[in-house]
Design a binder for this molecule. Sequence first.
Ligand code: ATP
Ligand code: MG
Length: 131
Amino acid sequence: METTFVMIKPDAVSRGLENEILRRIEASGLRVVEKRKLRLSREQAGRLYESHRGKDFFEKLINFTTSGEVEVMKVVGENAIRRMRELIGPTDPVKAPKGTIRGDYGTSGTENAIHAADSPESAERELSIFF
Ligand code: ATP
Ligand code: MG
């Protein structure tokens, strides 16, 4: 069993897509064992996206992720990290196939509906920020 960190971003929360996204995660056989809705502080957003500090899109990313409520969650299952990354699809919604969460709900390179941790180390680090 593996545990990963997932966050529904403000664009999706503001459009009321949380239940549909949670449904897709659970329908895939993964389990959401904890979840919490909150508005990120700039400090929390900066910690979450620490590895991108200094990149040209960093400020825009922090402004966006702190622009409204998000839903953070702990997701458990066999190969949960890889399976969540498959469910969400590629970073750019234009390149994300239909049927992936980003392909269906993302609207731009920044406003791409959802985040999921990309490695066991990231999952542990990101979970520790919120749970
Ligand atoms: P996430 O970490 O949110 O799950 P990801 O792992 O697919 O996304 P990263 O490379 O970690 O992609 O980028 C983190 C986030 O930064 C992206 O989800 C996106 O919102 C934003 N981002 C990444 N690259 C760009 C870019 N070139 N222009 C604008 N925003 C970007
Ligand atoms: Mg990432």
